[in-house]
Design a protein around this ligand. Sequence first.
Ligand SMILES: [Zn+2]
Ligand SMILES: [Zn+2]
Length: 272
Amino acid sequence: MKITFLGCAGGRRVTFKQHRGSGGFLIEGETAKIHVDPGPGAFIRAIQAGIDLEEIDSFIITHRHLDHCADINTLIEAKTMGGWNPGGEIIAPNDALNGEDPVICKYHRKHLNKIHVLKENFETSIKELNIKTALKHVHHGVETYGLIFKENSVNLGYVTDGRFEEEILEAYKNMDVLIVNTTFKNPRELDHMCLKDAITIAQRLKPKLLILYHFGMEILRMGLTKAAEYVEENSKIKTIAAKEFVSVNVKNHISVNKIKLKNPIGFTPYWK
Ligand SMILES: [Zn+2]
Ligand SMILES: [Zn+2]
């Protein structure tokens, strides 16, 4: 399994000043390709990385906040070539699909093969890759679900946005790699986690690799590498900070690499 990050932005300012990318991340299994939480700029970041969006099998939105879904309609158009080549799937909570103010246009949905409603106990497979809900998170009143991805013997957990709860320590057991949305440096009375929560999660769940992700300004000021070092020192669990265009390969061992951009300025070349 390979995870390629197209961003690591979390808070408003980091996202909307684009201090870091906010394109979500791509999961590639043996054959399945899944784009998770495509926030603002996901389309262009994917082009920069040289990802062929027509090859994406499924888009997943953990919740309807814009930093997790802003580019979804554009990506469906890119996947289906504006509806010429229908196909692909989307997995999203009910309030993102069918709420008062859905984030996925009905017109674009028509071009997909399947629409899955993400909920508690949800489970599906995209080719050989199994996806299931780990936990419904408490997050600013919107339906939000953390996920577990499994293929062969590799388990990846994605602890998406939400308040720290004891249930997290049960729901994400036995993961090889755990991505944790660690928005704040210090604890705050908001539905987001901080470095202290990431340390508790790492200590208790003991993944082989912890990936901090979804950063607000406090952590940017501290420095992403420093934040990861702080969590690793205190938890004794190998920790990295997600950065755009970094990929993590998980097989017998885990390797972290910076990818070479195919289209650095965000255009695919076309010459006559
Ligand atoms: Zn978020
Ligand atoms: Zn959110």
